[in-house]
Each structure stands twice: as structure tokens, then as C-alpha cells.
Design a protein around this ligand. Structure first.
Ligand code: ARG
Length: 466
């Protein structure tokens, strides 16, 4: 059996309670251990609410002034680490209000007029998530910029393009870098969309039904940077779409980060040697002196799982809840905090790694030329020059690849005589298309890998990022 708490009933809501909560009840009920991260948003929201109460003549100017000044003192205590958090006071909202009461006396008791913790927490959390969306919107262009810089430098560096992680066709380094720029560009759009939709203010929806006080919701919405107050009070207190949308955008972005991290791990291996990661983003081994491990990329790849988990967890919390608020919703925050931290860390680490990494031009080109990567170019040549149907050209090329494979050489090393054994009409002109540089230069279709295309896309991205 757990001990009953020494404390008397909660001073914020304990009017009808004769005894305090069981110690375990206090532990399961308290959110102050994590929701203190919303202190700034809580105080900002309260200041806007107080100003509105005064403007509407609901609370006197004098009381409001005491409240607003007192809230700034509380904020200062929090920021300077002098604030004493109390688990008995459950959450950040009641911790702040209790301290305000100590500082300014009975006037503090008027702050909660026409407000409930239900709209208060909905507001604080929404503002916190909005800040994180802004941080992602700020961070992504820097990552894209690092990719674009890589693309510009290596617009015509040839590398193997893969399907099934098997050499497929030669592509350019710049083209590969810009593929990620496209992904992160869409991620940026998703965060912007989510931010736009979440920017409605729940303050003033009160417990769930609105209030009989003549509040001005436009005024508070405006003061807190929202586009408008949300239109339905039941929805206002119980909607957590904003957090889910943030997590959805974060999840997709995290998946992209993880794919790139995986490529960096593969590419930096001794078997590939496509890139050299800088010392700043790698670690050594305590036993194997030759090692340079891509730890940042690996950790980033692993941390992404926390973000996926957070999205699943919040969906679980929400899916069975009848309208409106249920205490389950207190469990909406911790994982979002963790997911946001992981995302920001991953974005910063990836931006650093991409900015610092050196692609090994020679290794890329050597790898591009191996593995019969220009077989498709050969088939296309047979179609163009000998007017073969593509299926037949594919067949002829397959026979030539087999021949080269058996001889232990690559396609460009076959002699014209060897080729004639398979298709007598082949001419010397075929060697032009077997080189990897010619191969990539020929892929000028819109969105294709040709260096000219890459340079045009680099220019487009630079304009977009400017
Ligand atoms: N700590 C609570 C939460 O995070 C605040 C809202 C409490 N509302 C209530 N009616 N008990 O959800």
C-alpha cells in the first residue's frame, strides 16, 4: 500500500475534497515533470488572456497590471532556474498560478476567469508545436542548401545509379544530391502546411462550451500570433490534429533523413569509398586504429525510430476518446517533445555531415564504369542506329553482357569482332555510348541526370532558397 500524501487537498480545485491524493495518484497525475517545457507559452498565453480581460472590463486594470507584471517575474524565475516546481500542483499551469498568487496576492485568483486548464493546455501545447514547426521550417533550407552546394560542385561527377542496390545506370553526383533536395523541399512544404492549419487559437473555448463572460477571442488570437480563433469550442479543447500533423511531417522528413544516413554509412565504407565524412562527424575505435566510424549517421538513422513511435503513440492516445477533454490527453506531450528534439538534432547533424563531406570523384567514376552500367545505352544505340525493336535490342545487349562477363571485362572493353559474333551490323560508333560520361551527358530529358540539367536545377534551387 502506498502512503497517503501529507498534503491537504489541492488548493486550485480541492474545495470539495476532504483529503489529499494518494502518493501514487499524485505520481500518475502529475505532468509537471515534462510540461514545464511549456512554461514560456503558458505565461505568454496568460498575459494575453489578462490583457483581454482588462480590455473587456471583466477584470480591473489594477488587478490585470499586477497579474501581468507578476507573470513576468515568474517567467524570470523559471528562466534563471530559481523556480521551485511542485508535483502536488500537478502541472505547469497550476505551478505558475500558485507562484503568481504568492507574488501578487488575491488578484492572481482573477486570471482564471473565463478560462479552463482545458483551453489553457490546448493553447500552450499548440504554441509549443508551432515553435517546433518554425524551427523545422528554419532548419530545412539549410540542409537543402548543403545538398545544393554538393550538387553544384559535382554536377558532372559520374557515379553508379542503383536499383536493388545493384548498379543500374550511370548518374551524376549532383543529380543524386538534388534528389534529396526535392524530398526535403516537400518536407518543408508539409511543415508549412501544418503550421498554416494549426494556426487557430483555442484560448477562450474554456472548459468545453465557451463562456458567458464577454471575452474577445479575436484579440487574444491576434496577440498570440494566430490567424483566427478556432470556431468550435468542443473542437478547440479536444483537437490534437496540430500535433499529429507536425508528427506526420516529422515522420516523413525523418524517413528521408534516415535513407540518406543509410547511404552515408554505405558510401563511407572501405568497400564503396564514395565519400569521406569529416572528423567532426565520425569517431574512432578504441581497439582498431584504422577505423573511422560514421556514428552520427548511424545514430541519426536509429533516432528516427523515436519519431515514428511518437506518431503511433499519439494516434493511440487519441483514437478512443469521446469529445471533449479526457485526462488521457495529458499523455500527448512527452513523446512530441522527444520527437521534436530528435528531429532537430537529426536535421542539424545531417546538415553538418553533408556540408563537410568530400565525395571521392575517382572512386565514384570507377564504380560507375563497372557492372555493365551502360548496357541500356547500348540497347538504345541498337534501336536508334540499327532500327531494332527495343525488346530485341535488349536481348542482343544481354548476350553481349554475358560475353563480357565470361571474359571478365566490362562492356567498353569488348572488341568490335567480339560484338560482331552477336550482332554483325554493330559499328565502331557504338563505343561512343559505352562511356559513362557520354551516357550521363545524353540523359537530357526533363528531370534526367545530364550535367546540364543538374546545373539548371541548381540554379532553380538557389533562386528558391534565396
Ligand atoms: N495537465 C493537464 C494536461 O496536460 C492540463 C489539463 C487538465 N484539465 C483537467 N480538466 N484536468 O492535459
Amino acid at each position: 500500500m502506498s502512503e497517503p500524501s501529507e498534503k491537504k487537498s489541492n488548493k486550485m480545485w480541492g474545495g470539495r475534497f476532504a483529503e489529499g491524493p494518494d502518493a501514487i495518484m499524485e505520481a500518475i497525475n502529475a505532468s509537471i515533470g515534462f510540461d514545464r517545457r511549456m512554461a514560456r507559452q503558458d505565461i505568454e498565453g496568460s498575459r494575453a488572456h489578462a490583457a483581454m480581460l482588462a480590455a473587456q472590463g471583466i477584470v480591473s486594470e489594477a488587478d490585470t497590471e499586477a497579474i501581468r507584471a507578476g507573470l513576468l517575474d515568474v517567467l524570470r524565475e523559471i528562466e534563471e532556474g530559481r523556480f521551485e516546481y511542485s508535483t502536488a500542483l500537478e502541472d505547469i499551469h497550476m505551478n505558475v498560478e500558485a507562484r503568481l498568487t504568492e507574488l501578487v496576492g488575491p488578484a492572481a485568483g482573477r486570471l482564471h476567469t473565463a478560462r479552463s486548464r482545458n483551453d489553457q493546455v490546448a493553447l500552450d501545447f499548440r504554441m509549443w508545436v508551432r515553435d517546433q514547426a518554425d524551427a523545422a521550417i528554419d532548419a530545412l533550407p539549410r540542409l537543402i542548401g548543403a545538398l545544393v552546394a554538393q550538387a553544384e560542385q559535382g554536377a558532372d561527377w559520374v557515379m553508379p545509379g542503383f536499383t536493388h542496390l545493384q548498379t543500374a545506370q550511370p548518374v551524376t553526383w549532383g543529380h543524386h544530391m538534388l534528389a534529396y533536395a526535392e524530398m526535403f523541399g516537400r518536407d518543408l512544404g508539409r511543415f508549412e502546411d501544418a503550421r498554416r492549419r494549426m494556426n487557430e487559437c483555442p484560448l477562450g473555448t474554456a472548459a468545453l462550451a465557451g463562456t458567458s463572460f464577454p471575452i474577445d477571442r479575436e484579440m487574444t488570437a491576434d496577440a498570440l500570433g494566430f490567424d483566427r480563433p478556432c470556431a468550435n469550442s468542443l473542437d478547440g479543447v479536444s483537437d490534437r490534429d496540430f500535433a499529429l500533423e507536425f508528427l506526420s511531417a516529422a515522420t516523413i522528413c525523418a524517413m528521408h533523413l534516415s535513407r540518406l544516413a543509410e547511404e552515408l554509412v554505405i558510401w563511407s565504407s572501405a568497400q564503396f569509398r564514395f565519400v569521406r565524412l569529416s572528423d567532426r562527424w565520425t569517431t574512432g575505435s578504441s581497439i582498431m586504429p584504422q577505423k573511422k566510424n560514421p556514428d552520427a549517421a548511424e545514430l541519426l538513422r536509429a533516432k528516427i525510430g523515436r519519431i515514428f513511435g511518437a506518431q503511433a503513440a499519439l494516434l493511440m492516445v487519441m483514437k478512443g476518446l469521446p469529445l471533449t477533454y479526457s485526462k488521457d490527453m495529458q499523455e500527448d506531450k512527452e513523446q512530441v517533445f522527444d520527437a521534436a528534439d530528435s528531429l532537430m538534432l537529426a536535421l542539424a547533424a545531417m546538415t553538418g555531415m553533408v556540408g563537410d563531406m568530400n565525395a571521392n570523384r575517382e572512386a565514384l567514376e570507377a564504380a560507375a564504369a563497372s557492372g555493365f552500367s551502360t548496357a541500356t545505352d547500348l540497347a538504345d544505340w541498337l534501336v536508334r542506329e540499327l532500327d531494332l525493336p527495343f525488346r530485341e535490342a535488349h536481348h542482343v545487349t544481354g548476350a553481349l553482357v554475358k560475353l563480357a562477363e565470361e571474359a571478365g571485362i566490362d562492356l567498353p572493353e569488348l572488341s568490335i569482332e567480339q560484338m560482331h559474333a552477336v550482332e554483325p551490323r554493330i559499328t565502331e560508333g557504338v563505343f561512343d555510348v559505352l562511356g559513362v560520361r557520354n551516357s550521363v551527358a545524353s540523359r537530357t530529358s526533363y528531370g534526367g541526370t545530364a550535367p546540364a540539367n543538374v546545373r539548371a536545377q541548381v540554379a532553380r534551387w538557389k533562386e528558391r532558397l534565396a
